[in-house]
Ligand binder design. Structure first.
Ligand code: HEC
Length: 170
């Protein structure tokens, strides 16, 4: 008696709306990413932001700024010698060069001087062997930026990690 009651309850439930297939909300299509963009999202965007905009975190904004480093040889080298880049899990040098070219010319917008040559696999291979020590990064960056400001229209604000940080600090 009890068992048959349970059974009919189950049958009722099975035919009712309770077990109807859930209606999923319409999702927007996922954006199509190129290989270098996908590498950036996986290895870098957690800190620097999907669009290269990390402000107001204490992490430099890449968007429309990172290309300024391409104005000097030491600035260019710095971008690959950064420990997060040099020691990246991306072991293939062409793949890392492609991703850094996306960072500089894609996220960086027009900040790289006109005519800047993209990174090559050979250049990346050489610079990875000269990674900067983590402890000296801030000082290394400050020295490089000091020499850059005023050349190739590199703005004073590059001394900070993002525009307006000088005002925010006051
Ligand atoms: C754990 C957080 C973190 C991750 C992950 C990370 N970065 Fe950074 N990145 C930083 C910080 C902090 C600095 C500032 C270092 C300094 O003072 O020179 C920095 C500096 C930089 C700079 C120099 C910008 C400037 O204005 O000095 C570039 C370019 C850069 N990162 C690119 C990358 C790329 C490309 C990746 C992925 C391979 C990556 N980062 C992964 C935190 C991170």
């Amino acid at each position: 008696m009890r068992a048959s009651f349970l059974l009919s309850a189950l049958v009722l439930a099975a035919s009712g709306p309770v077990l109807a297939a859930p209606v999923l909300p319409e999702l927007p299509a996922l954006p199509e990413l190129t290989g270098p963009q996908s590498d950036y999202v996986e290895h870098c965007s957690g800190c620097h932001g999907m669009q290269g905009n990390s402000a107001p975190a204490d992490i430099p904004v890449l968007r429309d700024r990172v290309g300024y480093f391409m104005c000097s040889q030491e600035g260019r080298d710095y971008l690959i010698r950064l420990p997060n880049v040099a020691f990246s899990a991306i072991t293939d040098n062409q793949e890392l060069a492609d991703m850094m070219n996306f960072v500089v010319f894609g996220l960086g917008g027009n900040s790289a001087p006109r005519g800047t040559k993209p990174f090559t696999a050979a250049e990346v291979a050489k610079l990875r062997g000269r990674a900067l020590a983590t402890g000296s990064l801030i000082a290394a960056r400050a020295a490089i930026v000091d020499r850059l400001v005023g050349t190739c229209a590199v703005p004073q604000s590059m001394k900070f990690f993002y525009d307006g940080q000088d005002q925010a600090a006051r």
